[in-house]
Design a protein around this ligand. Sequence first.
Ligand SMILES: *[C@@H]1O[C@H](CO)[C@@H](O)[C@H](O)[C@H]1NC(C)=O
Ligand SMILES: *[C@@H]1O[C@H](CO)[C@@H](O)[C@H](O)[C@H]1NC(C)=O
Ligand SMILES: *[C@@H]1O[C@H](CO)[C@@H](O)[C@H](O)[C@H]1NC(C)=O
Ligand SMILES: *[C@@H]1O[C@H](CO)[C@@H](O)[C@H](O)[C@H]1NC(C)=O
Ligand SMILES: *[C@@H]1O[C@H](CO)[C@@H](O)[C@H](O)[C@H]1NC(C)=O
Length: 829
Amino acid sequence: MAARILGVVLLFLGCSVFCNGESGKSVTYDARSLIINGARELLFSGSIHYPRSPPEMWPDLIKKAKDGGLNVIQTYVFWNLHEPIEGQFNFEGNYDFIKFIKMIGDHGLYVTLRVGPFIEAEWNHGGFPFWLREVPNITFRTDNEPFKYHMEKYTKMIISMVKKEKLFAPQGGPIIMAQIENEYNSVQMVYKESGTRYIQWAANMAVGLDAGVPWVMCKQMDAPGPVINTCNGRQCGETFTGPNGPNKPSLWTENWTAQYRVFGDPPAQRAAEDIAYAVTRFFSKNGTLNNYYMFHGGTNFGRTSSSFVTTRYYDEAPLDEYALPREPKYGHLTDLHRALRLCKKALLWGVPTVQRISNDIEIRTYEKPGTQTCAAFLNNNNTQNAATINFRGQNYYLPPKSISILPDCKTVVYNTQSIVSQHNARSFHPSKKASNLQWEMSQESIPEMQQLQMRSRQPLEHYNLTKDTSDYAWYSTSIDFKRGDLPMRRDILPVLVVASLGHAMVGFVNGEYIGFEHGSNVEKSFVFKKAVNLKQGMNHLSFLGMTVGLPDSGAYMEKRYAGIRAVTIQGLNAGTLDLTSNQWGQEVGVQGEKLQLYTEEGSGKVQWSQAKGGAGPPLTWYKTYFDAPEGESPVALRMTTMGKGMIWVNGQSIGRYWVNYLSPLGQPSQSEYHVPRAFLKKEKNLLVVFEETGGNPSGIKVLTVNRDTICSVVKENYPPNIDSWKLSGDKLKALVDDLKTEAELICPDGKVIKSVAFASFGDPSGACGSFAVGQCNSLNSKKVVEQLCLGKNMCTIPLKNFDSNFKCSEPLKTLAVQVRCGRGKSASA
Ligand SMILES: *[C@@H]1O[C@H](CO)[C@@H](O)[C@H](O)[C@H]1NC(C)=O
Ligand SMILES: *[C@@H]1O[C@H](CO)[C@@H](O)[C@H](O)[C@H]1NC(C)=O
Ligand SMILES: *[C@@H]1O[C@H](CO)[C@@H](O)[C@H](O)[C@H]1NC(C)=O
Ligand SMILES: *[C@@H]1O[C@H](CO)[C@@H](O)[C@H](O)[C@H]1NC(C)=O
Ligand SMILES: *[C@@H]1O[C@H](CO)[C@@H](O)[C@H](O)[C@H]1NC(C)=O
């Protein structure tokens, strides 16, 4: 009774959807969709991972997801964060997934929880703790007792934590769906019948946990029992063959908004139009849940990324790494969600029909017999040619490769190819407050074999050695040469050859640096081959091996190896000398890590000297202090004068950087590294960099990041069938009124328009940040925009305001505007 009264009181206090004490919502499904509290639902979901942003950023991310029209947030649970050592758990701070789920619920959004526990996710070891590899007789992800024992134990613990907090929808919480395993089909063949038994077991185990919400498996054609198979990919609208049962809905658990990047990759793009087409196609073909993977990627802090994956994760998502809306992607998808919601009744309760007009043109409708409820999707699949088609007595113009959405079967409210939302461009600005950094340096010493305690005949396997407590492991051996062993001619040098399974290494002979070599994400192993000066007497060979994350995918992940496998010296008088079994000394990590030079306390434990500027030696620690940059914008470090290494700010790891590994375009894959504001104090922030291969810290820049360059591109008479609009319903009218025959600009964060960089009404070309005037142009373009917009936070620019008394080859003219926002007085305020 008390609980009931409390619920009522909370309701009156404005408690929205998911208050404790409020009654729960059942979640079931049928062939059309998930059914929440008895009603079918359209679900627009986006992935945001709690460990990839500090908790201080979570509320803003969730709010921006909601403003973008999402009603679900999807996250994995990251086992190796929570149980780094068997039986020792961490759910604090950045690892507090319960808090993250509650926060999403408090914003009125649902959650889908991907428990895994295998998650892939470009995450170190696919989420598995390292200790799992060392369980006797274990084979991951197959019908193997030790593996199943640990998977079940962990899964049970996570589900019971969630239940205890009452976070499943039937308990009154936001979680409406859960996922077990992840993309298992791609490895199942390797494990034969054992794989089949395993997936059956996993499904039964999950369902047996009685979470009260549906379970899904993605990319699992034979998902057993009530478990729903879902689609992952870019084009589920084309490729998905449908759910694996007549009473299961069509769900898309990973809609890739771009592509994650590995070091060595050029940038990736996925155009907003392409995403919009794919999602619309999916919903037009019975789809009812789409998840953007990622909606916000964030940052792989510390050593959390899997092999070779960059520190920045899915920066091309609708919210970029810094949580700034990437336009027009964010806005165009927001508009799409609004348009699809207008079709909700028809989509969820209507009867689908398909009408093939030609090879490329298809009309899909959803209609409730005997009612006005009707939605239509007009699809032009031709990538080259536009089309005009007749549908129910009206003509509709369809741009190439596009779908028009008609929530009333009459009115086009959205076309996937026709972007009306604002565009923007990101820029980085050197901070004035945090310039002129004074760097100090401290070099690692290069150990010889006799200083290394861990001895073996042959070099030890790298992962087994470090147990993932560090990227680094020293390997050293010593060899005595007599005068007659070495070549007589001084100009002919012996060649040292080190075969490594990966991922990178630096080499030293008698304390002298001889070089750096690395593998790639595709081919992790490499051969380090350098001509070396050897001397008569004892020679010391020392190698620092480095890994760049554990693998996160494929079969038999517990049996992946890295590090030095064979070492020879060629060109000695007796030919080639094999040193592989010469006796080796080893050590895990570098000294500076053990002393924690990246903390205030640890940095006092070594001598630092002033860094002189210019390129420094390899294996060098650098430190400096900087004040928090002016303003509120996100902060980044530009590392382009460095090589490869790690960064810490106030003791917190920013992640790995690697700027001397150039992409085929001749650029680093990632030049800027995010430093969350939450890591910063106002003054005297300790910045420490460990440089592995040699770099010049005086070129490191502290930057602020913004998207204050905003643009609008609007064509006359959009949408194209404007004359024939017959509006039905106020909502539809409002939405259509909103569609622009005018351009609209809104500065972010309450800023105002400071200058108009470009304006052309005619046939301009290019994109935001790089527009150019075309063949025809209204001469008063810039003046019109300046008059309407300067000093304002927001302005609308009707196309009729432009002088249009000139000839253009295009029948419909386009307005392109680019302005710059900044702080200052708002004339409109
Ligand atoms: C590991 O497997 C072997 C052979 O199947 C078996 O003899 C041994 O008892 C197993 N060890 C453990 C700890 O289960
Ligand atoms: C799926 O991803 C593609 C590409 O990232 C995107 O175009 C499409 O809109 C997405 N669809 C869904 C349902 O997420
Ligand atoms: C959509 O659902 C209808 C009715 O259940 C079915 O006939 C049709 O084949 C489905 N279409 C697709 C593309 O799955
Ligand atoms: C659309 O075109 C693509 C190739 O551009 C093709 O793969 C796809 O099957 C086509 N879809 C339809 C529905 O015709
Ligand atoms: C890993 O190390 C253990 C001893 O610590 C050894 O028994 C085992 O063979 C090693 N495995 C590999 C793959 O090197």
